[in-house]
Structures are given as C-alpha cells and as structure tokens.
Write a protein that binds this ligand. Structure first.
Ligand SMILES: Nc1ncnc2c1ncn2[C@@H]1O[C@H](COP(=O)(O)OP(=O)(O)O)[C@@H](O)[C@H]1O
Ligand code: SF4
Ligand SMILES: [Mg+2]
Length: 337
C-alpha cells in the first residue's frame, strides 16, 4: 500500500426528494481511499453508507436522489461530470461493487458459467472460449472448489457463501482498481463470514485492488481493515487508524458500536446495543445529532453542532465536543450538566 489516494470524496451531499422537500441522506462527508488499502465504513442502518457508495458508482437513482454538492475524484478525475457512457466504462472496469444478498444480483434463470462469461464479455473483447477460461481462473481465484461443476450450476444450487464468492469473482472480472463491498457478509453465518473476509484480504494482497468494506459491525472492520470511517446520520463522526480506534475510541457513538460487537470467539454474550435509533433524514435535530442517544451528553451538545476535529498528531478525526475539551486540557470528562 502507498499513500496516494485512488478515490477522494470531498464534501459530498446527497438528498432524496420526499414530496416537495429534498431530505439530506449524506450531509457533507469527506474521505479518501488510498491505493491498495482496505477502508472500512461503519455505522448503523440509515447512516448513509450505501448512498455514499452508490454515488461512487454513479448509481444514485435520480429522481428521487440528487447529488447537491461535492466531488468524487477517481484517479485524479471528478466523476460528477462523467456521462452515462463514461460510467459504463468506469463501472466494472475501474470500480466494482458487491452487495449483501448475492441472490438478488444473480439471475436465477442462468447458470453461473453463463453469467460469468456474459459479465466478462460485456467489458472485454474476449471470445466465448477466452471468457470461459477467464471464468475458471476467476473462480479459482476466489477459492471455489470443483470449478467445472459450478459453472454448470444455477444460483439456487449454491450455498450463500459460494454465491457471494461468485459475486466477488464477477466483480473482479476486469481487475478493478476499487472494489466496494456493501455488507458482503451480513447475510452469512459467522464461519462463512470469516472465510469471505479472509478471501477479500487475500485478493487485496494478490491484486492490490483497493477495497471499501461497508458494514454495521466493527468486528468485521477489525478483521481486515487498516483505516475506518464511522458514519452517523449522514455525517462522519470518527475517522482514523483501525487499531487506534478499537483500542481507544473517542466518539461516544464508536464506543457504543464497540460494545455491540459480537464475541468472535463464539461465547454467547448479550450484546449491548445503543438505545434509540438513527434520526431519519429531515428530522430537525438541534446541536449534536447523536445527543439524544449519547451517554456523555452535556448542555452544549443540545444547542451547538460539533465540528470534525482533527488531531495534529495522527490525523485521527472526531466530531464531538469532549474531544475539544480534552485538547484544551480541560478536566471535563463528559459529566452531564
Ligand atoms: N432510493 C431512496 N429513496 C429515498 N430515500 C433514500 C433512498 N435510498 C436511501 N434513502 C435515504 O437515505 C438514508 C440513508 O440510506 P443508506 O445509505 O441506505 O443507509 P445505510 O446503508 O447506512 O443503512 C435512508 O435512511 C433513507 O432515508
Ligand atoms: S458532542 Fe456531546 S452529544 Fe455529541 S457525541 Fe459528543 S458528548 Fe455526545
Ligand atoms: Mg446499506
């Protein structure tokens, strides 16, 4: 991995029309994906994670969606100006995406072989024979056993884990520079989840493809990501190196998410979830958006909006007043006033 960004998102705002109003789903987020890294985006359902990644694929449905402001810079070029024709060459070839439920992305009426060959031929000038050879190579790359047999099978004949491997193979068909995986293991049981994560790490190392891994589970991030962005209600609330954040989360929301991580060693402990829910777009919230659920809320939080503060030391970013108080050397440790 080097430090050059392959994808930069700058002050991105995306809203969806509801009646006459446009409600913000992503409210000015910025981050970068570096060449060859695995970046995690974590947050509960409704935080704006999928909308952000769809924007990077040119797939925001419009209407009702609209990119209000911001830049999506891929390999030095702002994709907000890309035409639909440009997107057809970018999607799949340069930036690929896999989703949570592979059954909805695979066509039940065609064999795995047919679908893979078709996906390859859309993006290349390969003959059928060449595309078949590439399919076999790809299925081997994603660790599928008895490849020749699988090519002749239909999606419903495969287990959830195998279907997800096929989807990853399809997404990798044209050696994309960026792979976006949106909750790729959420529908899978824990053992298979670990295998799919190991596969993604392995692909990243073998092919140097940069990966964005979207999940609601910090445990998944801990497995394979180097850096993580924590999103809440359309905003980035914490961002930094995974090890630092897992060891010493700064934002009360990240601390809550960490308590909700299932025990990966298989012990069945009760999960502590954060009480309450993410405010839906358009909900008027005064002050910090997390205040209603925050265990460390104090008076200022209810009227003022915290900025994203960046630590000069390591670039770690936190959107919380407690952080500024600490930086200023204040004794305050979040006692409600
Ligand atoms: N197609 C859509 N139409 C209207 N609103 C949408 C649409 N997609 C997403 N949204 C809004 O954007 C918010 C964030 O959605 P999403 O990015 O899917 O969250 P996440 O992936 O973090 O669970 C949702 O709460 C919803 O209000
Ligand atoms: S700003 Fe206040 S309410 Fe928001 S996360 Fe920090 S302590 Fe909690
Ligand atoms: Mg989502």
């Amino acid at each position: 991995m080097n430090n050059e960004p392959i994808l930069q998102i700058k002050d991105l705002k995306i809203s969806f029309q509801s009646g006459k109003r446009f409600l913000p789903a992503v409210d000015g987020i910025s981050f970068e994906l570096r060449e060859g890294e695995i970046l995690g985006i974590v947050g509960e359902s409704g935080s704006g994670k999928s909308v952000t990644s769809l924007a990077a694929m040119g797939l925001i449905p419009s209407p009702p969606g609209k990119i209000e402001t911001g830049e999506i810079i891929f390999d030095g070029r702002d994709l907000r100006n890309a035409s639909e024709k440009d997107w057809l060459t970018i999607r799949g070839n340069q930036i690929s995406m896999i989703f949570q439920e592979p059954m909805t992305s695979l066509n039940p009426l065609f064999t795995i072989g047919n679908q893979l060959i078709e996906a390859i031929r859309i993006h290349t000038h390969f003959s059928k024979t060449e595309a078949k050879a590439r399919s076999i190579e790809l299925l081997k790359l994603v660790g599928i056993p008895r490849v020749e047999g699988i090519l002749k099978e239909y999606p419903h004949q495969l287990s959830g884990g195998m279907r997800q491997r096929v989807m990853i193979a399809m997404a990798m068909a044209c050696n994309p520079r960026v792979l976006i995986a949106d909750e790729p293991t959420t529908a899978l049981d824990v053992t298979i989840q670990a295998q799919i994560l190991a596969l993604m790490k392995n692909l990243n190392q073998k092919t140097n493809t940069s990966i964005i891994l979207i999940t609601h589970d910090l445990g998944v991030v801990a497995e394979i990501c180097e850096r993580v962005i924590v999103m809440y209600a359309g905003l980035v609330v914490e961002q930094g190196d995974v090890r630092t954040i897992l060891k010493k989360p700064q934002h009360p929301y990240t601390k809550g998410l960490l308590k909700a991580v299932p025990d990966l060693k298989g012990k069945k402990e009760r999960l502590l979830s954060i009480p309450g829910t993410v405010p839906t777009p358009g909900t008027v919230v005064q002050g910090c958006r997390f205040a209603a659920r925050c265990a460390e809320v104090f008076e200022k939080c209810k009227s003022e909006i915290p900025d994203l503060y960046q630590s000069e030391k390591d670039g770690h970013e936190v959107r919380c007043f407690l952080h500024t108080l600490k930086e200023e050397g204040d004794e305050h440790v979040g006692v409600p006033s």
